[in-house]
Design a protein around this ligand. Structure first.
Ligand SMILES: Cc1cc2nc3c(=O)[nH]c(=O)nc-3n(C[C@H](O)[C@H](O)[C@H](O)COP(=O)(O)OP(=O)(O)OC[C@H]3O[C@@H](n4cnc5c(N)ncnc54)[C@H](O)[C@@H]3O)c2cc1C
Length: 452
């Protein structure tokens, strides 16, 4: 019996590795909710919080339906991965194990456990547009600056081979095992973005061909509030319910049949950032998790009160607070928001970027270890960024990207009495002005921007 270990590839389209496992068959699928996901760090941050767990759980329900069409049972377990694997291997007489290779620390730990069982393993690289062997350079020679990377990659073909539909195996006498969410300690949440492969494929089609949003992406992508402001592909990519090659092929089709412009190019451009960070992670390995990242020096001083107020969205800076509350209430934050809250946390509050990154890991439904870690390093000047020490202005950023204050009104109702032109400047108001506008419920800044 072959075991297919599902990780961040929770789909049956563009699935060459599952295809291979089926070819070598028969196959059962396994997904493990690691016990470590439910533990807290020293700042009280649980590794994976409710939104992420719920999103994954519902994605797995969909995967189970998809796998049924192939007669592949899916077993979902919670526990210590090594113990779960030992149990499954002995119960089902597993002879080979199939899994995608990911660069994360925990994943690599898991792979050495898998190797230690002494069974044949079959692996594949599934995350990026191009596999490392198809790149025009070796990973050790990856350019340190994104633009140099992009220019070389843009010369490569932009259509991709997707693995064709899978052929179902003969029925086997093993049932799926899908515990209910309570048994796993997971809360079932209604997400705005519907989890699972079917919804992901539908979303891709709707975004491109029904709503035709790709042609205006570049103008809307910095919006912080609306679902249609950006593609919302990230959680589907992070769970693997959408293959990045499928996205690119569909985008190219849209360009051929509808519109090709700077906006459609920009979606590809952003997907290249994702690929780039994945390769940087492969290049530097665990160094990216160190305090200094890819930089030389990073002096911080832990301030528990700063950390807590930032996490709760009570810093007294509306742009930061609205974004953090959005994250806490939905499991998502826009790219504009992420850049600002990360910049504020590291550059302005001078806190250790790893605490912020851990908080994002806990909350984001689209958490991806390479994108998250390297974006945090980038934001704190410790990553692939030639322009160092850039501090954003959190007042003008808010005014620029939330002109009509719809975003701030949604997440900071305490400020509704304030005229729009003052909302992002609330941190600068005098005591008397705060009283006049009756905004006691909103905190004063924990640290002032202008008088720093
Ligand atoms: C501090 C910080 C942490 C982040 N953590 C994550 C994370 O854990 N997971 C994650 O997927 N993205 C992360 N990002 C990148 C980016 O913010 C999200 O991918 C994006 O906001 C998701 O929304 P979208 O799919 O609508 O993006 P769109 O703007 O529609 O972009 C399309 C796709 O391009 C990719 N992309 C866009 N921007 C980036 C970027 N800066 N880096 C890498 N890929 C990008 C994503 O796959 C995204 O789905 C982070 C950014 C910052 C600044």
């Amino acid at each position: 019996m072959n075991l297919y270990l599902f990780q961040q590839d929770l789909r049956i389209h563009d699935q060459a590795l599952l295809n291979k496992a089926l070819h070598d068959g028969p196959v059962i699928g396994l997904f493990i909710f690691s016990d470590s996901w439910f533990s807290k760090d020293k700042n009280g941050i649980v590794k994976k919080d409710a939104f992420y767990l719920s999103f994954i759980y519902q994605t797995l329900l969909c995967l189970n339906h998809q796998l049924k069409t192939l007669n592949v049972p899916l077993i979902i377990k919670k526990g210590v991965p090594k113990h779960v694997l030992e149990e499954i291997i002995s119960t089902h007489n597993i002879t080979s194990i199939y899994f995608e290779t990911l660069p994360g620390y925990e994943e690599r730990l898991l792979y050495s456990t898998l190797q230690s069982f002494g069974l044949p393993t079959v692996t594949d690289q599934m995350k990026s547009l191009y596999k490392t062997h198809a790149l025009p350079f070796e990973i050790k020679d990856l350019p340190f600056v994104f633009t140099q990377f992009r220019k070389q990659i843009e010369r490569l073909p932009k259509t991709f081979n997707e693995n064709l539909d899978l052929i179902p195996q003969e029925k086997i006498s093993i049932d799926s095992f899908i515990p209910n969410p309570d048994a796993l300690g997971i809360k079932f949440i209604q997400h705005e973005l519907i989890p699972g492969e079917k919804a992901a494929l539908k979303h891709l089609h709707t975004y491109l061909f029904e709503k035709q949003l790709a042609k205006t992406y570049k103008e809307t992508r910095n919006g912080m509030l609306l679902f249609d402001d950006s593609t919302k592909f990230s959680a589907y990519l992070a769970t693997g319910t959408l293959s990045v090659r499928k996205i690119m092929n569909q985008l190219s089709l849209y360009e051929k049949t509808h519109t090709k412009n700077e906006s459609t190019y920009w979606i590809y451009f952003e997907l290249l950032w994702r690929d780039y960070f994945y390769y940087v992670h492969l290049q530097y390995g665990d160094r990216i998790f160190s305090k200094n990242g890819l930089g030389n020096e990073n002096s911080t001083s832990d301030n528990p009160s700063f950390i807590q107020t930032w996490m709760q969205g009570n810093t007294g800076y509306p742009l930061i607070d609205a974004n953090m509350r959005q994250l806490n209430q939905t499991g998502f934050m826009s790219n504009r928001g992420r850049q600002n809250v990360a910049n504020y946390f590291t550059k302005f509050l001078k806190q250790d970027w790893r605490i912020g990154a851990n908080y994002f890991e806990s909350k984001l439904i689209d958490y991806d270890v390479s994108s998250n870690t390297l974006n945090w390093l980038y934001a704190s000047g410790l990553g692939n960024d030639p322009r160092e020490n850039r501090m954003f202005n959190y007042i003008t950023q808010g005014e620029r990207y939330d002109k009509h204050c719809h975003f701030i009104d949604t997440y900071l109702p305490e400020l509704k009495h304030l005229p729009n032109h003052l909302k992002y400047k609330v941190s600068e108001l005098s005591e008397k002005e705060r009283q006049d506008f009756n905004i006691h419920a909103y905190p004063k800044p924990i640290k002032r921007f202008y008088n720093r």
